[in-house]
Ligand binder design. Structure first.
Ligand code: ZN
Length: 455
């Protein structure tokens, strides 16, 4: 009887090993789209010698196992989804179009490129000379200058310079750095720029307002604390933003014509073309309802004063799928929730239109962005506590006639139980495998010992 059991366990061993080896691989196949939206994108593929593709759709994907891993996919012209490989220097840029053009004043010679990418094959071998140029396109830190005679060329402006005035080769003419305080902003707004070293210092033409929650629930983490924290940043990339707002006041920490690292979307419009507002939910939301109301007034004032349509309000989650604004998404700490917040911003915006007339772009030669701009369709992360997957497990069953039988069955596993464990599944699988093997080894030895004298 004992001998028979040993044989069945030994037969089981290879099956067990195969399942243990396949376990991490099968789990890693689970991918989620965290944000998907339309836009005007350029994809440069490092492996193909920086071949350029145009794309009108992108999405951020992530896998949960064996390690949490985010990556970007772009839908190329041929309809296939291409996964960008950062290691391979694949780059995706979002192209902003200005119609009519904005004027850029170039103050020193800059090399020209045929595309907004500094790969060797895109160098034109010519320089743009100082002067004023109409600009119809911008792609993060690249600006397309209209050179006259139907000619155009891209220049790259530096990112992360230590001196904005010294490193930037020029400026967009008449672009505001702050809100106009002559109008009634209805809340206290203090302009308090962080030192240049604490900012991204990449030129921006704002097209959106992006709302965040600070999600720091400690008692001291109000807007002034955030302003001081931002000013103390002495390295980049850190998280940077334009405004911190609470129940009392708003602080402008980055000029409105500079990009920030707020949205987690690198060279796309969340970082490169939006004014970021952090609404404080400190002291576990004790003052949150008023802070949120101030945030809505601020968002409306920015959209209005920059001449943007009220539909250009965005949330962090729209850009990268991040669970932000955290408090607002959950209707917690007295929040009115995302939908009611959008309505409140629209109401505040309409009130400004009633008081001061239609929103006018401060760019002398620029019109408001196209009116067909729509809120990007974001694919909300499924509630992972309710997500389940099937996986194979081996069970040993005793039949009615007393004979043991091994079977491979499907088991329902809660995804949240698998998330964020890093190397743990491998370690657990290894320990389990060793335990089973040593059990088999022990059983074989025992059976040999006991049955020994009989032979
Ligand atoms: Zn955020």
């Amino acid at each position: 009887m004992r001998r028979q059991r040993t044989v069945s366990l030994l037969r089981l061993a290879p099956v067990l090993l195969i399942v243990l080896m396949l376990f991490p691989a099968s789990v890693s196949a689970f991918r989620y789209a965290v944000a998907q939206r339309e836009g005007n994108f350029l994809v440069f593929v490092g492996a193909d010698g920086q071949v350029r593709h145009e794309a009108t759709e992108m999405r951020l994907m992530y896998t949960d196992e064996p390690h949490r891993h985010y990556y970007t996919e772009a839908k190329l012209n041929d309809g296939r989804w291409f996964s960008l490989d950062k290691e391979n220097e694949d780059i995706i840029l979002e192209v902003q179009t200005f119609n009519p053009t904005i004027l850029y004043r170039l103050s020193r010679e800059m090399p020209l490129y045929s595309m907004p990418f500094n790969g060797p094959s895109y160098r034109l071998g010519r320089m743009a000379i100082p002067g004023e140029y109409p600009v119809s396109k911008k792609a993060y830190d690249f600006i397309e200058l209209q050179l006259g005679g139907g000619q155009s060329g891209w220049i790259q402006v530096p990112e992360n310079g230590t001196d904005l005035t010294g490193t930037q080769p020029g400026v967009f003419i008449d672009q505001p750095l702050t809100l106009d305080h002559r109008t009634n902003l209805q809340i206290t707004v203090e302009d308090r720029f962080a030192p240049e070293i604490s900012r991204v210092q990449t030129i921006m033409v704002p097209e959106y307002v992006t709302v965040h929650n600070a999600s720091n629930f400690r008692p001291h983490a109000d807007a002034l604390w955030h302003a001081n924290q931002h000013a103390a940043l002495d390295y980049l990339p850190g998280v940077t933003y334009h405004y911190a707002v609470d129940h009392k006041a708003a602080y402008l920490l980055t000029p409105l014509n500079e990009a920030t690292y707020n949205a987690g979307d690198r060279y796309l419009a969340g970082n490169g073309a939006s004014v970021a507002i952090e609404i404080c939910d400190h002291d576990d939301g004790k003052y949150y309802p008023q802070a949120e109301q101030n945030g809505a007034k601020l968002a409306a004032a920015i959209l209005y004063q920059l001449g943007l349509p009220k539909e250009n309000l965005r949330f962090h989650k729209d850009w990268s799928g991040k669970d932000c604004p955290y408090t607002m998404i959950r209707n917690e700490r007295g929040s009115i929730g995302v939908e009611a917040f959008v309505e409140r911003v629209e109401t505040e915006y309409e009130a400004l239109v009633m008081a001061y007339g239609a929103a006018v772009s401060p760019f002398k030669t620029a019109s408001a962005p196209p009116s067909n701009v729509t809120r990007p369709e974001s694919v909300d992360l499924p509630d992972r506590t309710e997500q389940t997957i099937m996986r194979e497990v081996i069970v040993v069953e005793t039949r009615e006639d007393g004979v043991e039988e091994t079977k491979v069955v499907m088991e329902v596993v809660n995804v949240s139980d698998l998330a964020d464990h890093g190397a743990l599944p491998y370690v657990a699988a290894g320990v389990f495998g060793l335990t089973v093997l040593s059990g088999i080894f022990y059983a074989v030895r025992q059976s040999k010992k006991r049955s020994g004298p009989k032979f």
